[in-house]
Design a protein around this ligand. Structure first.
Ligand SMILES: [Ca+2]
Ligand SMILES: [Ca+2]
Length: 190
C-alpha cells in the first residue's frame, strides 16, 4: 500500500515537472474588445507604459485604442516611446500590432538589447496596417515617429505577443510542490 502511494506521488511529481516544462509559447492578445478601461488591467496595460490618450481610467474607447505613452508630453516632434516591463519583454518571441495613422508615421521595434529589428512607414491611405516581427532575444518595446502630433492621431488594435518558456521560478515552484507532496506521503506512511 505504502509503495503504491509513493509510486503515485512520484508519478504526480514527474507529471508536474513534465507539465511545467511543457508550458511554453503562450499567445497573448489585446483587441480592446472589453469595455474600457478594462484593458488597463490586462497583460498589455500591466506590462507596458501604453496609456489611453483620453487619460488613465478613461471609459473613452471602442474596440481600439488612441495610443499615448504617458510621459506627459504631447505635441509635434514628440516621439511616442513604448517600453515593455523588462522581464516581460525579454520573455517575448514575437510581436504584432495593427496601427491606423492620420499622416505618415513610422514605427521602430526594438529587441531585448535595444537593437532596431523592424522599421516601417505606415501608409495613411491604407487604414489599419499590421506589422509583426519575431525575436530571439525578446522585444523591449517600440517607438512611433511622425511629422505631426502622433498622440491623439494614432489608433492601435490587435496587439499580439508570444512568450517563451514559463519563467523558471514558476517551473521550480511547481516541481517543488510535487516533491513536497511526495515527501508528505512518505512521512505519513512511515
Ligand atoms: Ca479591436
Ligand atoms: Ca507622449
Amino acid at each position: 500500500m505504502a509503495i503504491k502511494l509513493i509510486m503515485s506521488a512520484i508519478t504526480l511529481a514527474v507529471t508536474t515537472l513534465v507539465l511545467s516544462s511543457n508550458v511554453n509559447a503562450a499567445t497573448l492578445v489585446e483587441d480592446f474588445s472589453a469595455p474600457f478601461p478594462q484593458w488597463e488591467s490586462d497583460w498589455l496595460g500591466l506590462n507596458s507604459n501604453i496609456e489611453n490618450f483620453y487619460g488613465v481610467g478613461s471609459p473613452q474607447g471602442a474596440d481600439y485604442l488612441w495610443i499615448a505613452d504617458g510621459d506627459g508630453i504631447v505635441g509635434v516632434n514628440e516621439v511616442v516611446e513604448i517600453n515593455f516591463e523588462r522581464t516581460f519583454g525579454l520573455s517575448l518571441t514575437s510581436f504584432s500590432i495593427d496601427i491606423d495613422t492620420f499622416f505618415d508615421t513610422s514605427i521602430k521595434v526594438y529587441d531585448g538589447s535595444g537593437g532596431v529589428i523592424l522599421d516601417f512607414i505606415f501608409d495613411i491611405s491604407q487604414g489599419y496596417e499590421n506589422v509583426s516581427i519575431l525575436s530571439a532575444n525578446g522585444i523591449s518595446g517600440f517607438s512611433l515617429f511622425g511629422p505631426r502630433q502622433i498622440e491623439g492621431n494614432t489608433a492601435i488594435d490587435n496587439v499580439v505577443v508570444t512568450t517563451a518558456v514559463i519563467p523558471a521560478p514558476a517551473a521550480v515552484w511547481l516541481f517543488g510542490s510535487g516533491l513536497l507532496g511526495l515527501f508528505a506521503v512518505i512521512r505519513r506512511k512511515v
